[in-house]
Structure formats: structure tokens, C-alpha cells
Design a binder for this molecule. Structure first.
Ligand code: SF4
Length: 374
């Protein structure tokens, strides 16, 4: 029996009433689009160059393409699916942007900067992969908003392009610089698996943004079957697990997905990932006052991760509107870190970026929706 071929994003969009968006399309899709318009295939390469190298925001900029072709394209395809509707910049330089989608839904993304030595800065773009999220983590503003829909590949890529464009126009940044990308914004990236992999491939492609696979990180709350699939595909992209607790009873409360995939299953898939890919895993551990920040809990975490090729990122919680999840005082954070180090678990204390502009996942959108809904 022949397997039914899954329709490509391009075919799905052709079937829908919406205008196609150029960033939804793979290289082959762009060739098909250009062929459909009766043009030679090299025009697809030119188009791709304008999208990913020149970061064109309009067809008018595409000077080496015939005007008639640009007009035909404009009737057929959009350049972007997202529109910035609100933006704020934190004291530490973090920019957080709320985007509206064509259907009126909103998502948020941010760009952080870190000193990279010799007066240079490294930029990291944190993008959303879903509007809302179905996983309902108790500390997360997005989790409290519920799930709306998966994002199209173009809606994810457009977030990266938006910030890359912004970055290139920044003072003192080399013109061909590309950011690191973390899929750690709104939504569970591995729950939008096919779109995410298309995005990774386009961002990674020399004809796309040419972002190294190792400069991209997929962060998951622990969808075990998708972690296993991701491991088998052996992409060089980094994997991060939002852990936040080393005991099932507590993790069930913080990350309800843990009831479906408890720590034993999650750790098994992580060990298999390290074995299969040869790559280190990062565990994100947000410290919440009097919830998961005791020295005893550091001991449990060290025991859970013992012998694994991993790194723990410790992050003191953002001060949010949710008074149930406050950051611990600094000494408690240091004591937790010290205990992990004493037990030979590599860890770094990360500074929470953009705290003064609601840069935690879903916080800006919450504020915005709250305002909008009055
Ligand atoms: S923390 Fe991530 S996985 Fe959990 S609810 Fe928020 S967006 Fe979803």
C-alpha cells in the first residue's frame, strides 16, 4: 500500500483562502511558485536572496526582479505574516515585541544581548512557536492563557527576520551578523514539530539565514516521544529541558505534562538523546522561593542528573504579577548553586533578562490582553 503523502505547507496554503507567505515556503516551494508564474527557476534563487540575505520588507526593494513579476508575486504571496504592535526595551538592552498575526491573535518574542568580548555583543532571539500553550505550567503566564493554535513556519521565521533586520540596523553591528535562536517563547516547540523542523532547516540553510545548527536551541517541557524523534533525526541543534523540579510530586504541580511523562521516562529519553547525538543537554531550572530552592532539592537534582553529559542553567524567577512564584533571595540561589557544584553538576547562574519589561514568557501578552479586555 502506498503511504498517503503529507501535504506540504505550500500545498496546504494553496488550498486555503489565505495569501501564501514567502517564509512559509521551502526552496522547492519557491521554485514551484516561480514556475507557476511562468518564470525561470533562477528567479526563485533571487527571491530567496531578497528574503533571507537582504531581509527585504517589500517587493519594491527587489530591484533586480522584473516589475511585472513583483506585481504577480504581490498578488500571490505576502512577505511577512506578522506585524509588531507593541515594543519595549529593558535597561539591559533586551527588546520585547508583541506581534499580531493575520487572524488577530498575538504572540511575543524577544531579543537579548550579551557581551561577547572585545567590545562585541552576541544577540539571542527567543521566538514563539504557538499562540498560547496547552501545557498549563503553573508559573507561566502563557500557560494560564490556554492554547490557541500552532504557528505556521513563516510566522516563526518572521520573528527571527524581524529581529535580525533590527539588529543589522543597530549601531556597530556587522552587516552580515545573525543571531542565536532559542525556541523558548510562547508554546511548546516540539508540539508543533513539523513546522519547527522546517523552520530549523530554513534558518540553517546557506540559502536561508545560514544560522549554525549549534546556534539554535529547542526547549521542551518534556514531550518524550518528540524528544525521541528529534534524537533520531540527529540535527546538531541544542536541546534544553525545562525541568524545574527533581521529584515527580512537585514537577506534576509545576509542569503538569510530567503526569504524562514522569521524570523516569523523561530522563531515559534524555540519556538516549545524549547517547545518540553525542550532544550535551541543558536543563533549565527556574528557582521559586520556598518551592524548589532548598539545598535538599539541590541534592535531589544532583542525584537525578548524576553522570549525565549535561549543564544546568539556574535562573531566579522573574518578579511577576503572580505572587505565588517569587524569586528566592540571592543567598538562597547561591546556596543552591554551590550544592550542585559541590556534587560536580556543571551549572551556571543565568541573569533573568528584561525583568523590567515583562520579558518572561507570555507576560507582555498577558498585560496587553488584560488592557485590551479592560
Ligand atoms: S512554560 Fe512553556 S510549556 Fe509551560 S505553559 Fe509556558 S509556554 Fe507552555
Amino acid at each position: 500500500m502506498t503511504a498517503i503523502e503529507k501535504p506540504s505547507c505550500y500545498n496546504l496554503l494553496c488550498m486555503s483562502k489565505e495569501l501564501i507567505c514567502l517564509t512559509d515556503l521551502t526552496s522547492d516551494d519557491l521554485v514551484a511558485l516561480i514556475a507557476e508564474l511562468g518564470q525561470p527557476s533562477y528567479r526563485a534563487k533571487q527571491l530567496q536572496h531578497w528574503i533571507y540575505k537582504e531581509l527585504a520588507a517589500s517587493y519594491g526593494q527587489m530591484g533586480n526582479m522584473p516589475k511585472t513579476l513583483r506585481e504577480k508575486l504581490a498578488r500571490k504571496a505576502r512577505i511577512s505574516r506578522i506585524k509588531p504592535v507593541h515594543e519595549s526595551m529593558a535597561k539591559d538592552g533586551t527588546v520585547k515585541t508583541l506581534f499580531s498575526l493575520l487572524d488577530g491573535r498575538t504572540i511575543e518574542a524577544s531579543m537579548m544581548q550579551h557581551p561577547a568580548g572585545k567590545g562585541k555583543w552576541r544577540h539571542t532571539v527567543c521566538v514563539s512557536t504557538q499562540a498560547g500553550c496547552a501545557l498549563g505550567c503553573s508559573f507561566c503566564a502563557t500557560g494560564q492563557q490556554g492554547f490557541e493554535r500552532n504557528l505556521w513556519p513563516g510566522e516563526i521565521i518572521d520573528q527571527v527576520i524581524y529581529f535580525t533586520r533590527r539588529m543589522r540596523h543597530g549601531v556597530g553591528v556587522e552587516v552580515d551578523a545573525v543571531p542565536n535562536v532559542v525556541f523558548m517563547g510562547m508554546g511548546e516547540p516540539l508540539a508543533n514539530y513539523d513546522a519547527l523542523m522546517q523552520v530549523i532547516d530554513i534558518l540553517n540553510s546557506p540559502d536561508g539565514l545560514n544560522i549554525g545548527a549549534r546556534s539554535m536551541t529547542v526547549s521542551t517541557a518534556g514531550l518524550v516521544p518528540q524528544i525521541e524523534r528529534f534524537s533520531q533525526e540527529k540535527r546538531q541543534v541544542r536541546l534544553a529541558i525545562s525541568l524545574h523540579a527533581a521529584a515527580d510530586a512537585l514537577r506534576n504541580k509545576l509542569v503538569p505534562l510530567n503526569k504524562r511523562y514522569p521524570l523516569e521516562a523523561l530522563m531515559k529519553s534524555c540519556r538516549a538523546h545524549i547517547e545518540t547525538t553525542g550532544r550535551r543537554i541543558t536543563f533549565e531550572y527556574i528557582l521559586f522561593e520556598n518551592i524548589n530552592d532548598s539545598v535538599q532539592q539541590a541534592v535531589e537534582l544532583a542525584a537525578l542528573l548524576k553522570g549525565m553529559n549535561c549543564h544546568v542553567n539556574l535562573i531566579a524567577a522573574n518578579s511577576t504579577d503572580n505572587k505565588n512564584f517569587k524569586p528566592p533571595v540571592h543567598n538562597i540561589v547561591l546556596a543552591f548553586q554551590h550544592e550542585l557544584e559541590r556534587r560536580h553538576i556543571p551549572c551556571t547562574l543565568r541573569v533573568s533578562k528584561g525583568a523590567d519589561i515583562n520579558a518572561g514568557c507570555g507576560q507582555l501578552r498577558s498585560r496587553f490582553l488584560g488592557t485590551e479586555r479592560g
